[in-house]
Each structure stands twice: as structure tokens, then as C-alpha cells.
Design a protein around this ligand. Structure first.
Ligand SMILES: Nc1ncnc2c1ncn2[C@@H]1O[C@H](COP(=O)(O)OP(=O)(O)OP(=O)(O)O)[C@@H](O)[C@H]1O
Ligand SMILES: [Mg+2]
Length: 156
């Protein structure tokens, strides 16, 4: 499947949040975003911005590493999952993740590797990487399916 890639640089956490908040305006029911970044790469910061863009109070968003699944209510309901501690897709099946993916809520999944076979082809993959200096991050957006067009028309 063809992919549309967009690469942006964020100079600090506030800008990452703002960028994610802006991206949230593109979100539609049933959307799936996968998030890949090294430890401390800015995943929680990104999701906080995304949630804020959907109208969720910011202090509700934290790192879901211990609680692996959090739900925030905004313009759309946002499911925030972290598969870091999971070893197989079966573990996500046992907790009902496929049903949520098939529904009308928005799903953001950190560490999507193990979940690959459960994920829809139509999705946005976001990769955060460390840049130059402590606060810079490179953000790479990879849009598949409907996301190709949406990314093309996006004005971040
Ligand atoms: N440009 C940036 N974008 C996002 N976060 C940044 C940036 N620069 C610095 N940071 C800081 O990096 C730290 C880690 O960010 P965050 O907690 O969002 O990462 P994470 O990927 O969720 O980490 P973890 O893997 O521990 O869950 C935070 O203190 C955040 O403010
Ligand atoms: Mg985190």
C-alpha cells in the first residue's frame, strides 16, 4: 500500500503538543494512530496535545505504561494504549482491543509492533526521534489509506 510521508521538526514539548493538537482537527470516528518513539521520545507529550485538540482536559493524560489502556472523552472518545509490556497480539485480543479498533472511537497505540496483525491498513503512523540538542524532536508522519490524502491537505 502506498504511503505518504511528512517530516517535521519540533523544537520543544510545547510545539509537539501544538502540532498534535492541530492534527487532532483531522481526526474522524474510527481513526487509528500508531506511535513509535524511543523512551522519553515524546509519546505522552504528543498524546496530550492530541487529546487537548479533541477537547480533553490536559491533566487527564499520562503515560499509560502501568495502566495499559486509558480512555479520554473529547469531541471523540480517545483510547490511549501502550503495548510496551505485551508480548503478543493475543494479549490485546484478550482485553477486547479488536472490538475497539472496529468501533467509532479514535485509538492511539504506543509500541504497536506486537499488534501489527490486528491493525487496519488505513492508519497514521507517527515516529518521533531525538534531534539536535535535548529538546528537538523529528516527527515523521506516515499516512496510509485515507490518511494519505488527509496528510496531503494538512497545514500544520
Ligand atoms: N520536542 C519535544 N517534544 C516532546 N517532548 C519533549 C520535547 N523536548 C523535550 N521533551 C520532553 O521529553 C520528556 C519525555 O517526553 P514524554 O514523556 O512525552 O516521552 P515518552 O515517549 O512518553 O516517554 P516514555 O517512553 O518514558 O513514556 C518530557 O519531559 C518532555 O517535556
Ligand atoms: Mg510516555
Amino acid at each position: 500500500m502506498r504511503v505518504l510521508s511528512l517530516r517535521l521538526t519540533s523544537p520543544g514539548p510545547a510545539q509537539t503538543e501544538q502540532l498534535a493538537g492541530n492534527l487532532a482537527q483531522l481526526l474522524q470516528p474510527g481513526d487509528v494512530i500508531t506511535l513509535e518513539a524511543p523512551l522519553g521520545g515524546g509519546k505522552t507529550t504528543f498524546v496530550r496535545g492530541l487529546a487537548a485538540g479533541l477537547g480533553v482536559p490536559e491533566d487527564e493524560v499520562s503515560s499509560p505504561t502501568f495502566v495499559i489502556w486509558q480512555i479520554y472523552q473529547g469531541r471523540l472518545r480517545l483510547h490511549h494504549l501502550d503495548a510496551y509490556r505485551l508480548r503478543s497480539a493475543e494479549e490485546l485480543e484478550e482485553i477486547g482491543f479488536p472490538e475497539t479498533l472496529a468501533g467509532q472511537d479514535v485509538v492511539v497505540l504506543e509500541w504497536p509492533g506486537v499488534a501489527e496483525r490486528l491493525l487496519p491498513a488505513d492508519r497514521l503512523h507517527v515516529r518521533l526521534e531525538y534531534g539536535v540538542g535535548e529538546d528537538e524532536r523529528a516527527l515523521e508522519f506516515e499516512g496510509r489509506g485515507s490518511w494519505r490524502q488527509r496528510l496531503e491537505g494538512w497545514q500544520p
